[in-house]
Design a protein around this ligand. Structure first.
Ligand code: MV4
Length: 451
């Protein structure tokens, strides 16, 4: 029943985040790490550590046999996958459970359903979530695609069922280009995912990306914790996220949140989930569901006071959620800046030794990071090295505090994108909350053309 030792199948700041929640619950932790991460902060802090392979993620953080062996050797009774790596691998979740180890995540069947975008969309529609107009399922032929596109109207978007991160996506402006763009999308999908299944959607020209945090206990009870606005992205990488969204009223949040929570209750969903929508002209359109904890979860924690990792561990133990919907209130505003080791304007990765580090601090400032002076950022993984999460009673107050916190933070050695965040926080559109998913790339292109 009760978990006593969690193996953390991840690295970096999220490994530390999980370790902290576990220790606050009196639970021991096991860090698993590649040879490149032997000196990582979460490895130092964990109660036990097991090396699971060489630097390449395929051979370490994605190596199921080595991770299961590490869990058996260290007598872990649960595995938390974090985000990325094996977190949305239904097969891994099944293997974990088959070894009598608790899986701190959604039921494998739900991971699988949502992993395929066509079945995810069908399921979401059946559960009452509003969909982007498009094909009811996979599109089997060009003729079928032409018929559906004529119904919904151009431009349309061809999407890969196994896609994600925008790969295998093609905007089709008019019928004459449908055949060739559809075959391009199919061959891209085939080589990227080994699956050339595609489906069709009405192309939304200038939407925002708004996602709802949901949580289920696996027994038909589910809540929502409001939304996050993640419209500020470059090449499908989020740069800055905020909660609440600057464009939603509390009535709209309550209404859409209830639709999401009811859907999760009907499914019997367990654990943390994120339902992603495109939002345009006041309307929501479901695009995908992520069956994991997300990088940007702390902005939700900041405005609700709910520790999401603690809740994940509780429901994995078979206990109920510690909060009911009517106990959740949304208070104030939070913004997260993803701090990456990269050139702030070319985005070239900048790994290497951190010669000096001074964190930001003070009231309502949270830094989730395993960084320390003397640490060497390895070149093998994601460039995100810290998350700066700032809370304020108002959005304006939050932004003032965020600027102050960014000024305080010092990272010497590798380049970081702190100057990018500082430049963004001088832009009227950002200060006004007036930006869509296209804003950042257009702003960067504009900046480029002016220099
Ligand atoms: C769309 C869209 C416009 N219309 N679907 C990109 C990745 C995948 N998760 C869904 N994506 C999009 N789907 C329709 N019908 C535009 C995007 C999109 C996007 C979505 C969210 C955040 C950033 C984005 C950047 C480019 C395109």
């Amino acid at each position: 029943m009760g978990i006593t030792r969690i193996l953390i199948a991840n690295r970096g700041e999220i490994a530390l985040r999980i370790h902290r929640a576990a220790h606050e619950m009196g639970i021991e932790t096991v860090a698993v790490h590649s040879t490149a991460d032997a000196d990582a902060m979460h490895v130092r802090l964990a109660d036990h550590a097991v090396c699971i392979g060489p630097p390449s993620a395929t051979d370490s953080y994605l190596n199921i046999a080595n991770i299961i062996s590490a869990a058996e050797i260290s007598q872990a009774d649960a595995i938390h996958p974090g985000y990325g790596f094996l977190s949305e691998n239904a097969k891994f979740a099944e293997i974990v459970e088959a070894h009598d180890i608790k899986w701190i995540g959604p039921k494998p069947e739900h991971i699988r359903t949502m992993g395929d975008k066509v079945t995810a969309k069908k399921t979401a529609g059946d559960l009452g979530l509003p969909l982007v107009p498009g094909s009811p399922g996979a599109v089997e032929s060009v003729e079928e695609a032409k018929r559906i596109a004529a119904e919904i109207g151009y431009p349309v978007l061809v999407k890969a069922a196994s896609g994600g991160g925008g790969r295998g996506m093609k905007v089709v402006p008019e019928e004459s280009q449908l055949e060739s763009l559809m075959s391009q999308a199919k061959s891209e999908a085939k080589s990227a995912f080994g699956d050339d299944t595609v489906y069709l959607e009405k192309y939304l020209g200038n939407p925002r990306h708004i996602e709802f945090q949901v949580f289920g206990d696996g027994n038909g009870n589910a809540i929502h914790l409001g939304e996050r606005d993640c419209s500020l992205q470059r090449r499908h990488q989020k740069v800055l996220e905020e909660a609440p969204s600057p464009v939603l009223t509390s009535a709209e949040r309550d209404r859409m949140g209830k639709v999401c929570a009811d859907a999760m209750a009907q499914m019997g969903y367990r654990g943390a989930g994120t339902i992603e929508f495109l939002w345009e002209n006041g309307e929501f359109f479901f695009i995908e569901m992520n069956t994991r904890l997300q990088v940007e979860h702390p902005v939700t924690e900041a405005i609700t006071g709910v520790d999401l990792v603690r809740e994940q561990i509780r429901v994995a133990e078979g206990r109920p959620l510690s909060v009911a919907q009517d106990e959740i209130a949304f208070k104030g505003h939070a913004i997260e800046c993803r701090i990456n080791a990269e050139d702030p304007f070319t985005f070239a990765p900048s790994p290497g030794k951190v010669s000096y580090y001074h964190s930001a601090g003070g009231m309502h400032v949270r830094v989730d990071s395993g960084l320390y002076a003397g640490y060497s950022i390895p070149p093998y993984y994601d460039s995100m090295i810290a998350k700066l999460i700032v809370y304020g009673r108002t959005r304006e107050g939050c932004i003032m505090r965020l600027k102050r916190a960014l000024e305080e933070m010092v990272i010497e050695g590798p380049k970081t994108n702190i100057p990018l965040h500082q430049a963004l926080l001088k832009e009227a559109d950002i200060l006004n909350g007036d930006y869509s998913i296209k804003w950042l790339e257009e702003w960067l292109a504009q900046r480029e053309s002016e220099s």
